[in-house]
Design a protein around this ligand. Structure first.
Ligand code: NAG
Ligand code: NAG
Ligand code: NAG
Ligand code: NAG
Ligand code: NAG
Length: 368
């Protein structure tokens, strides 16, 4: 019996192309639909979206994690901007995401929508495991690529748009914040455009989404842009900033929506400065043993691929990737549940469960 099993494993090891990322941890599985959303009022600007919808399918199928063209671009690009020999191309090429196959009508619209905005020059597909984990807890998560900001966006027809900026100057990155905010407002406009939604999600038919239950979150540039966008668009009911310096401070008049900040220990000057301008419920959680890059799928992909994590600890943090995933998902979903319930609180956010996640520490809290 034992030897049959080992033979079988050997057989699988030799025939399987790639590896599967972890199943989403929540009470749902997810469907994934990708496609462009085109802003005809801004020269046909084509955002690329991944829409993760909670669904009740009892089994999943593996789908390619990242378009081949995008994956092949990442190796050399990341090597150039991080000055590392780590080549991420194979990791991305071989990853498979478990999602519900087809659309059997088991997706409900009855979930709030979270817009997710990536880091500067990092494509949205770096966050698909995190997005599906959040979606599996009952949110429609829409990750968004902004042309000129993502290093590469590969469209369904195979063509790509590049941003070859390897300098990554903060002065330049700052100029992209209003663009990300405008793109987010455009996506919210289009949620109520039945024709645009039917093109993006053909299985749903021409029905608008309600726009009164939308919030925004993001990593790095996407995180600070989420807070700035919330200050400008009152349809954004709450915001989460994962580990971004406030290279643009919230307006002096303040941002009234609930804002969650999650940091990797940088605690830079900008957060205490931004804090008084957050006028709604607010929470700052720090996560020990992480780096800026831990707030992406990369650590969880390395683990799923069976790579040696010690070799990348300097770049990606020493925290166990599954623990990081649990922390990000727990705080994000608790925060967004509170946003849409109109009442932020509960044991995790109120610091009554300090032993649940030893790496997570509440630094500051206000207005709830
Ligand atoms: C999701 O799919 C997996 C198979 O990939 C299955 O084991 C699990 O039970 C499903 N979860 C739900 C909530 O249906
Ligand atoms: C890149 O890394 C190499 C080796 O680690 C180092 O010698 C070099 O100075 C670094 N270059 C830059 C621009 O930081
Ligand atoms: C950006 O990089 C892509 C892929 O390497 C290349 O095809 C394109 O010409 C570059 N664009 C610019 C403006 O350098
Ligand atoms: C709605 O979407 C369709 C299809 O993308 C587009 O042609 C139309 O201009 C949009 N309408 C508005 C008001 O944005
Ligand atoms: C950080 O990681 C080290 C080594 O794994 C561990 O000993 C330490 O407890 C961790 N710190 C926190 C705050 O969890």
């Amino acid at each position: 019996m034992q030897s049959i099993l080992s033979l079988l494993l050997l057989f699988l090891a030799n025939t399987t192309t790639g590896y599967l990322t972890p199943d989403p941890p929540g009470k749902y599985n997810v469907t994934l639909t990708t496609g462009p959303l085109i802003d005809y009022a801004r020269n046909g600007r084509a955002l690329m979206l991944s829409v993760f919808q909670p669904s009740t399918c009892a089994s999943t199928v593996p789908v390619r994690y990242m378009p081949k063209k995008t994956a092949e671009f990442q190796g050399p690009f990341i090597q150039a901007i991080y000055n590392t020999t780590l080549n991420l191309t194979p990791l991305f090429l071989e990853a498979q995401l478990p999602v519900c196959s087809g659309h059997s009508g088991s997706c409900s619209d009855d979930h709030p929508i979270l817009l997710f905005s990536p880091a500067y020059s990092i494509p949205r597909v770096y966050y698909s495991v995190l997005a599906s984990a959040i979606a599996s807890n009952g949110f429609i998560v829409i990750t968004i690529d902004n042309p000129g900001i993502a290093d590469i966006i590969t469209y369904p027809d195979g063509h790509a748009v590049y941003n070859n900026d390897t300098e990554q100057s903060l002065t330049y990155i700052k100029t992209q914040i209003p663009i990300v905010a405008t793109d987010a407002s455009f996506v919210i406009d289009q949620l109520s455009n039945a024709t645009a939604m039917a093109k993006l999600l053909p299985h749903r038919g021409p029905r608008p989404f309600p726009t009164d239950r939308v919030a925004m979150m993001g990593h790095s540039l996407g995180g600070v842009a989420s807070v700035i966008a919330a200050g400008q668009d009152s349809r954004i009911r709450g915001a989460i900033n994962w580990d971004a310096t406030f290279i643009q401070l919230p307006p002096k008049s303040g941002v009234s929506q609930p804002v969650l900040l999650m940091s990797h220990g940088m605690a830079d000057y900008s957060w205490p400065e931004a804090w008084p301008r957050l006028k709604g419920p607010k929470l700052w959680v720090n996560i020990a043993n992480t780096t800026h890059a831990t707030f992406t799928d990369v650590p969880i992909l390395l683990q799923a691929a069976g790579q040696d994590l010690a070799a990348t600890a300097d770049l990606l943090g020493a925290i166990a990737p599954t623990e990081m995933l649990r922390i990000l998902v727990a705080y994000t979903t608790a925060w967004m549940d509170g946003v849409f319930a109109g009442k932020i609180g509960g044991p995790l956010l109120e610091s009554h469960q300090p032993s649940k996640f030893p790496e997570a520490t509440i630094i500051k809290t206000g207005n709830f």
